[in-house]
Ligand binder design. Structure first.
Ligand SMILES: NC(=O)NC1=NC(=O)NC1=O
Length: 234
């Protein structure tokens, strides 16, 4: 089984870290490759960033189709271009936000999301609604650490941890969802420190793709997610 993990931002070090995180949970016979768009924003923290990243994400999935990948992960918490990727892919395409939120739903009555900038909270709430898990999401909180600084700022980890602690207390929730692929490597230690399950969307998404492929399930091609109509581009 071949899984392609697409990091929608163009920060190579994050792509490498995301790939390592995904490979660590991939099952026997599963190979994971991680790529970024050829061009696009170094981080995705706004609607504008998402729109500018989307074409590059879809292009990588189109390439993956030619290369014969069995499934895909969109490894950014806004799940940018997810439905467009599903239209062009035969196999399953799973976004880290959807995977993390659905996974958290198996582990407790409610979950809190800790994300990067406060300006992304509304979009996270919107996608929770679109996935039908809004009722499980007790709150969405921002640590106000820019995505790129998750890797460069030594104080970032502590800020994420403190925001997680505050979120659990404020929301009375039982599970934490990390709202950025750049936080993926913090999940295990945060879970020990905070005493609750901490869900990282990268690992949740990779294992979800693997599960779907093992079940012989693919994206439905009757209706909304059928291949897009072929058309000229001016
Ligand atoms: N909430 C977020 O900031 N998500 C993200 N931005 C990125 O560039 N990658 C993410 O996962």
């Amino acid at each position: 089984m071949r899984v392609l993990v697409v990091n929608p931002n163009t920060t190579a070090s994050m792509t490498t870290a995301i790939g390592a995180c995904a490979r660590a949970v991939a099952g026997p016979g599963v190979t994971v490759d991680a790529v970024s768009p050829v061009a696009g924003p170094v981080s995705i923290e706004s609607h504008h960033d998402e729109v500018m990243a989307a074409p590059g994400v879809v292009a990588r999935v189109l390439e993956g189709e030619l290369d014969g990948y069995d499934g895909y992960v969109v490894a950014c918490f806004g799940d940018p271009a997810l439905l467009a990727c599903r239209e062009v892919a035969r196999g399953p395409v799973v976004g880290i936000a959807e995977a993390a939120m659905r996974t958290a739903g198996y582990l407790g009555r409610s979950f809190s999301v800790v994300t990067t900038l406060a300006r992304t909270i509304g979009h996270s709430r919107d996608i929770a609604r679109s996935y039908g898990v809004d009722a499980l999401c007790a709150g969405i909180h921002a640590c106000e650490v820019p995505v790129v600084e998750l890797e460069t700022d030594p104080a970032a980890r502590a800020r994420v941890r403190d925001t997680c602690r505050r979120a659990l207390a404020a929301d009375g929730s039982e599970v934490l969802v990390l709202g950025c692929a750049g936080m993926a490597d913090l999940a295990d230690e945060l879970s020990v420190e905070l005493g609750v399950p901490v869900v990282d969307g990268v690992r949740a998404a990779v294992t979800t793709v693997e599960q779907l492929v093992r079940l012989g399930l693919r994206t439905s091609k009757v209706g909304e997610l059928a291949p897009p109509p072929v058309k000229a581009y001016a």
